[in-house]
Ligand binder design. Structure first.
Ligand code: SF4
Length: 355
């Protein structure tokens, strides 16, 4: 393992590079704790380009921590619709409530206090503390781990907690007192736009090329070493897009587990035949007028995959079965958040009903 002294020349190089090459991102102008926090939570598992419109919409709807603390859950889910990992936004609301109730609406500034808030781990605490409050603490994400692995030509598995701890200690020793937030962002930025994941890093554009052992050894593109992932669980399900003159049939998912509390179309487990789908509709007291295949779709979560078979059913009007509601097109647009896992089927529903 390299000592921080050996790596210290990277600090001025990175800061100079960051000053000239950083991307213009909406959360970088006016980096208040609230804006930094919202952006960091959104950027977990989401690409920058995808997060930007969500960031603007979220800040416009909920401009303060107080507004977030009292936002209804359905509104939050709707603002988060398509970003996935909805527990992130549920935890944000809980954290906002703690900030309002225990800190009078003022964000705590130390990493220790920040880490006690729901949904804030070591990385996010370091990010908010260093960027918004100028605290001399590190924040180490996957980008930073990759940069260090290549810079040091390290064969260690960066998914291992022990390796992460080592690299975090190294980063902590490097963070300069004067510009902690900029230094942390420069490392992450370098990983995001130069020291790219999954393939050839752009070493010709890198300010650290002269110090990089991975570049010198010709190993950079094959680093970091990652342990093979476990195969995902495959779940077959049948999605029923059931439409009547009153709207589209929806039900709420359970309050815990995957996509907790969100709305979804009725689903049957397994790959149901048209006859089985029709039977299910009749059992709910619905009268199918037509049933057509809506095709197959797939959604990949972190640990599982949904392989879906869809049917589009036009049914006669009437009361919604117990546990279901009819959602009008306006309500689908404004009120009920449907998970991105159903994106393919949601797009089909925007087409006019069958004659
Ligand atoms: S020289 Fe290449 S491998 Fe090394 S840090 Fe820069 S981009 Fe990454």
């Amino acid at each position: 393992m390299t000592s921080p002294e050996e790596l210290s020349p990277i600090v001025p190089l990175l800061l100079r590079w960051f000053d000239g090459s950083q991307r213009i991102l909406p959360w970088r102008d006016s980096p208040t704790p609230y804006r930094v926090w919202v952006s960091e939570i959104m950027l977990q598992q989401t690409r920058v380009s995808a997060a930007i419109p969500y960031f603007h919409r979220f800040l416009q709807a909920l401009p303060t921590v107080e507004a977030l603390a009292c936002a209804p859950d359905d509104r939050l889910n709707k603002l988060w619709e398509g970003l996935g990992y909805y527990s992130r936004v549920r935890n944000m609301k809980k954290a906002a409530q703690v900030i309002v109730e225990q800190y009078g609406g003022v964000f705590p500034s130390t990493p220790e206090e920040l880490r006690r808030l729901p949904g804030i781990g070591e990385y996010t605490a370091g990010s908010v503390a260093s960027i918004a409050f100028g605290r001399q603490v590190p924040c180490v994400d996957g980008n930073v781990l990759r940069v260090f692995a290549r810079l040091l030509d390290s064969p260690l598995d960066i998914a291992s907690p022990a390796v992460k701890k080592q690299f975090t200690a190294l980063a902590a020793a490097l963070v300069p007192a004067g510009r902690p937030g900029d230094f942390n962002q420069s490392l992450m930025e370098l990983g995001a736009i130069v020291c790219l994941p999954n393939g050839e890093p752009l070493c010709g554009q890198c300010p650290l090329q002269g110090l990089c052992r991975g570049y010198q050894a010709g190993t950079a593109a094959s680093l970091p070493v990652k342990a093979p992932k476990k195969p995902r669980m495959i779940e077959e399900r049948t999605v029923l897009l059931c439409r009547s003159p009153q709207g589209v049939l929806l039900t709420r998912r359970p309050a815990s587990g995957i996509l907790a509390g969100l709305w979804e179309y009725p689903c049957l487990s397994g790959q149901a035949s048209p006859e089985e789908a029709t039977l299910w509709l009749r059992e709910q007291g619905l009268f199918p007028l037509s049933l057509k295949s809506a095709g197959r779709a797939k959604h990949i979560f972190t640990h599982r995959e949904w392989h879906m078979t869809g049917y589009l059913a036009e049914v006669a009007g009437g009361p919604a079965p117990q546990g279901f509601i009819w959602a009008t097109p306006e309500q689908l647009l404004e009120r009920y958040a449907i998970p991105g896992a159903y994106k393919y089927y949601s797009a089909l529903l925007k087409q006019p009903p069958l004659e």
